[in-house]
Design a protein. Structure first.
Length: 431
């Protein structure tokens, strides 16, 4: 590791630590490396533009963002929520169950944990606190925990980004996320049921079963979106990027023409907000592409792989060690930065140790999602604090049990890779 690279890391952690946005911190640190090493700073621009323009799959990111924002702007998310209330709201801790089920369903449209928390999550928090059966902190905590499911069940923006750096099939990554996402939902609902009985949460007023068919039909067109996406990809009809375009178009058709709830003004606001969000993600990706070029030129991934192989590390021990590191990093770094900057360091070692990259990717992405609720700097905690005004201390106090059960689920996925690989292998994936 050269002195120039150490300077790069020093600049990165220094300016990120004083509050500069991570995208700018990565760009400044990368340019510092090029300057100190005597290389042309123009390499930064060339690497950034080449990486963005040559990565067709990155087009899926803004398209999924558009689809999620249209879902929030129309009444689609409200209809899904009404369906979830009718389905599971009758049990003790019912609105907590609704919270989790809504995230499981809405994840099939958004692909973003922040979109889930700031969109449909905000609505459910209002319902939970208004009922008087739940504390503000508990409502916020289960919302943050359930929002982590969003990027696990397809579509998934983090999986698209991981596919970029690992050259792994997006389709198989999407399939690999389905069962783990359901497992996360089950453990969260199990914990919610346990806490509801421990604290004796009052029962909600049950929606008559006779209303369930009507609410199901109202939400059914929106519930079709995940099926359309997966059929498009695995039926050979569309590429993953084209499937993202279909998702955005389908959401637009539903909101504008089927439900008739999206005006031209609302559509304009959706497109503006989506452009801002896409630009923010693009800056992080662009900076990470430059930093990855620097890391590759320093030959760090190969050195790390050779070192680990030389130590004769068991693959399971390696996976557990990497995941502990990622959980620690998740306290301070956002998921996109970890996926783009940290995970590529371990990919050569995974290949040397014959660790399946789909399994590794799904587990690592789940880990980074858990990092979103890890105190003290979990971004979902801050998002919910910002959109609801609930004090951060109350959210952190209630989030810890949910954090623990999600880590237990993560450990199960590490030890039993078939949970991740069952569906990909069913569709022809050779691990």
């Amino acid at each position: 590791m050269s002195i120039e690279f150490l300077i790069c890391l020093g600049v990165l952690f220094l300016i990120a630590g004083i509050g500069m946005p991570i995208a700018y911190a990565i760009l400044v640190a990368s340019i510092s490396y090029l300057f100190v090493s005597g290389q042309s700073i123009g390499l930064a621009g060339k690497t950034l533009m080449d990486g963005l323009y040559q990565s067709f799959i990155l087009l899926a990111v803004p398209l999924f963002i558009v689809a999620a924002n249209i879902m929030n702007a129309g009444t689609i998310s409200d209809r899904l929520l009404s369906f979830c209330v009718a389905l599971v709201g009758r049990f003790r801790g019912g609105l907590g169950h609704v919270n989790v089920v809504a995230s499981l369903i809405f994840s099939g449209m958004s692909g973003s944990a922040v979109a889930d928390a700031a969109g449909i999550g905000k609505i459910i928090i209002g319902m939970m606190t208004k009922s008087g059966h739940y504390t503000r902190g508990y409502a916020a905590a289960i919302t943050a925990a359930s929002a982590t499911i969003g990027p696990i069940i397809p579509p998934s923006i983090p999986m698209v980004i991981y596919a970029l750096v690992s050259n792994t099939s997006i389709g198989y990554l999407f399939l690999g996320g389905i069962l783990p996402g359901l497992l996360m939902g089950i453990v969260l609902m199990g914990l919610n049921s346990f806490i509801a009985h421990q604290r004796n949460f009052a029962l909600e007023e049950a929606v008559p079963l006779s209303d369930l068919p009507k609410r199901t039909m109202s939400a059914f067109p929106a519930l079709l979106m995940p099926a359309i996406l997966l059929y498009g990809i695995y039926g050979g009809v569309t590429t993953p990027t084209e499937a993202a375009a279909v998702a955005a178009f389908y959401a637009l058709m539903l909101a504008a023409f089927f439900y008739r709830t999206l005006s031209f003004r609302s559509l304009f606001e959706v497109l503006v907000e989506s452009a801002r969000s896409s630009a923010a993600v693009g800056l992080v990706i662009g900076g990470a592409l430059i930093l990855n070029y620097i890391v590759a030129s320093e030959n760090i991934p190969s050195m790390l792989a050779q070192h680990l192989t030389g130590l004769d590390v068991h693959p399971l021990i390696f996976l557990i060690g990497v995941n502990i590191l990622l959980l620690l990093l998740g306290c301070f770094l956002d998921a996109t930065t970890i996926i783009l900057v940290i995970l590529p360091l371990f990919l050569p070692a995974c290949r040397e140790l014959e660790i399946d990259l789909v399994h590794f990717g799904v587990v690592a992405i789940i880990n980074t999602m858990i990092g979103l609720i890890t105190p003290p700097y979990g971004i979902l905690l801050f998002v919910i604090n910002a959109v609801t005004g609930i004090p951060l201390a109350e959210i952190i106090r209630e989030i810890l049990p949910f954090f623990v059960v999600l880590v237990i689920a993560l450990l199960a996925l590490i030890i039993f890779p078939n949970i991740v690989l069952f569906l990909p292998e069913l569709f022809g994936y050779n691990s």
